[in-house]
Design a protein around this ligand. Structure first.
Ligand code: NAD
Ligand code: ZN
Length: 345
């Protein structure tokens, strides 16, 4: 089969022929139809310190995907060939304290598909049956391929009740834009979004943002003034990983505000703890998706809301055949994109 492989330590990837993966008794083999590019894949391709510290070659990369089940292991009873599915890319140990308590997203031994084991930028991927999310037959394959990042957005957006609240999203990457769509869906009042890229701010606006701010020329105080807000934001969703974005957010939270942090900063950085304390702000870190409450919630919301489906799909700006994977990576690196999808069908 074709696969996009990190064949040896160092920058680059190669599209080569490799043997098809073989499912174990509890595994499912999926023919990949679509796969989404994520910042993680760019780190792996570029081979930064993080990539060098986690990857053992050879490795098939990629973890955002949608496809068709073609084979199930002999002990798998709830999934059948022919079904369409997306996959949860975090494989948990089932033995640590949190796993045994049913809190699988808090597993201390999480392994990532396409990072610690072979992934989905390939004609076929094998994963445990428990990680397979069977999709309705009529789901748009492109939408099926963004369930992983949509799950990040959903996990973050549903961390705190949002109905009637004023929400700020820092960072309008694909996940920030999807978080805007979700905040609109669950009933936020005002949604303000910041990003350095006007292109990405326009995607956020299309997904339902009331006001967008480019920190090069303004801060969230301007958003509050233009929206007629007097007291500060109730909910913050941090989706940039940028220290200055966190500072601007914390400066404009209401007393008792709640902040969910998804963006991964490159390095440790200081924040205004005096503000957090005197404003009694709650800060919650978010990693991955809750297994499988997040998956249930996003599937349910999408199934009943054409508007949400449209807003989430609008984040997909580039569709590239797998053979042209270099174009897909170049587009993703340019920053003038939403989500880039590779077509493996
Ligand atoms: P992305 O890199 O495409 O988007 C980040 C956006 O933040 C970019 O559009 C960038 O222009 C913007 N930004 C940079 N500096 C900013 C600033 N000072 N103010 C406002 N915006 C600024 O990433 P994504 O795929 O949308 O993911 C969002 C973040 O979440 C990234 O940091 C990513 O690493 C992280 N992430 C975390 C998890 C998790 O489980 N915690 C999972 C996936 C991604
Ligand atoms: Zn565990």
């Amino acid at each position: 089969m074709r696969a996009l492989v990190k064949t040896r330590p160092g920058p680059g990837l190669e599209l080569i022929d490799v043997p098809e993966p073989v499912p174990g008794p509890m595994d499912v083999k999926i023919r990949v139809l679509r796969a989404g590019l994520c910042g993680t894949d760019l780190h792996l391709e570029g081979w930064d310190d993080w990539a060098a510290s986690v990857v053992r070659t050879p490795l098939v990369v990629g973890h955002e995907f949608y496809g068709e089940v073609v084979e199930v292991g002999e002990d798998v009873t709830n999934i059948s060939p022919g079904q369409r599915a997306s996959g949860e890319g975090h494989i948990v140990c089932n033995t640590c304290r949190n796993c045994r308590a049913g809190r699988r997203h808090l597993c201390i031994n999480t392994q990532g598909i396409g990072v610690n084991r072979d992934g989905a930028f390939a004609d076929f991927v094998v994963l445990p049956a428990t990680n397979v999310w069977v999709q309705p037959d009529d789901l748009d394959p492109d939408l099926g391929a963004v369930f992983d990042p949509l799950g990040n957005a959903t996990h973050t957006a549903l961390s705190f009740p949002m109905a009637g609240e004023d929400v700020v999203v820092t960072g309008a990457g694909p996940i920030g834009v999807m978080a805007v769509a979700l905040a609109r869906h669950v009933g936020a009042r005002y949604i303000a979004v910041t990003d350095m890229s006007d292109y990405r701010l326009s995607l956020a606006k299309a997904a339902g943002a009331d006001i967008t701010i480019n920190p090069a020329s303004a801060n969230l105080g301007v958003a509050m003034r233009d929206l007629g807000m007097k007291e500060g934001f109730d909910i913050g969703l941090e989706m940039s990983g940028a220290p200055s974005a966190v500072a601007d957010m914390l400066d404009h939270m209401n007393h008792g505000g709640r902040v969910a942090m998804l963006g991964l900063p490159k390095d440790p950085f200081p924040i205004n703890w005096g503000k957090v304390i005197t404003h009694m702000i709650t800060i919650k870190g978010i990693y991955g998706r809750e297994m499988y409450d997040t998956w249930y919630a996003m599937s349910s919301m999408l199934s009943t809301s054409p508007r949400l489906r449209e807003a989430v799909t609008s984040v997909i700006t580039h569709r590239v055949p797998a053979e042209n994977w270099q174009d897909a990576f170049a587009a993703a690196r340019s920053g003038e994109v939403g989500k880039v999808i590779m077509d493996w069908s």
